[in-house]
Design a protein around this ligand. Structure first.
Ligand code: 5RP
Length: 276
């Protein structure tokens, strides 16, 4: 039998106001619970940042270097990522459904590197994204590109802070809950300051490891909420060591030098465990 519902047996803590804790992520406070919950699957609520492992490149590049065999090259790395940035086909075929962190699904596509890249269209419906249980859908925009209204990475555009302020602000104004963009050497802090939602940076083309760690460091120290890094991880000589070093920069504010030392140590210990 249920207990009698007597006020005497309860504690309503009437003198304690209900807590109203702001959501940790810039620009997201007024979103509904579901959106916040999904964003918390992408961004770490403690650091407020993310290390997204990006391997969606095949949607226009095919099996590019480091992504020839995602089952062998990428799956061993997913434990170190906060979230994965990938395509529907790779999610379905290659990522274990036991993966429980957030998934960021590439939702635009169409043209290959053989043609004009800005001619992208929406490639995944909302229903499909719900079926795949993803945390976010990502569309590419080519601001200044031939088809800028449709889809924004203008390969002929000068990548400076002025252009990035325009591009990121446009995305946020059109409703993006966060924006991925490239880092620029000068005035990147003005890009993050003028965008009302979090910015994560794409890693871009493969750099020597110390430079890639410096890039990640510069970005987060100037207001980026993390990295969406692909080639600088999966094309590294030691991808598992590299992603862990990137994590230390993003989540623990390790300096690039400290992070590179960590990379070298992890690389060496990985090598030894393979030899043993
Ligand atoms: C590919 C992408 C990638 O997700 C993004 O560019 C990050 O990868 P990388 O660090 O290799 O630049 O959008 O189209």
């Amino acid at each position: 039998m249920a207990d009698a519902d007597t006020t005497e047996a309860k504690n309503y803590a009437t003198s304690v106001p209900m807590q109203n804790v702001p959501f940790f992520l810039k620009g997201s406070n007024n979103l509904d619970w579901g959106m916040k919950n999904r964003l918390a699957q992408i961004f770490n609520p403690t650091s407020g940042r993310t290390v997204m492992l990006a391997f969606d490149h095949g949607y226009f590049l095919g099996p590019t270097s480091g992504l020839e065999r995602i089952d062998l090259n990428i799956v061993p790395l997913i434990e170190y990522a906060d979230t994965l940035m990938l395509t529907r086909g790779i999610l379905r075929t290659t990522i274990p459904p036991t993966y429980t962190r957030g998934i960021v699904l590439r939702a635009s596509g169409g043209p290959s590197i053989l043609k004009e890249l800005s001619d992208e269209e929406i490639a995944v419906s909302i229903d499909e994204a719900v079926r795949l249980n993803v945390a976010a859908m990502a569309v590419q925009v080519f601001i200044g590109g031939e088809h800028e209204t449709r889809s924004a990475v203008g390969k002929e555009m000068v990548r400076d802070a002025q252009y990035m302020r325009l591009a990121t602000r446009m995305c946020a104004e059109l409703g993006a809950t966060y924006v991925k963009t490239y880092y620029v050497d000068e005035d990147f802090d003005t890009v993050t300051a003028s965008c009302p939602v979090p910015i994560v940076i794409a890693g871009g083309k493969k750099l020597p490891e110390p430079e890639a760690l410096q890039l990640a460091y510069n970005a987060v120290q100037q207001g980026a909420a993390g990295v969406d890094m692909g080639r600088n991880i999966f094309q590294s000589k030691a991808p598992a060591a590299m992603i862990q070093a990137v994590r230390a920069v993003v989540h623990e504010n390790l300096s690039p030098t400290q992070a590179y030392d960590l990379y070298l140590a992890l690389k060496e210990s990985d090598k030894q465990s393979v030899e043993n």
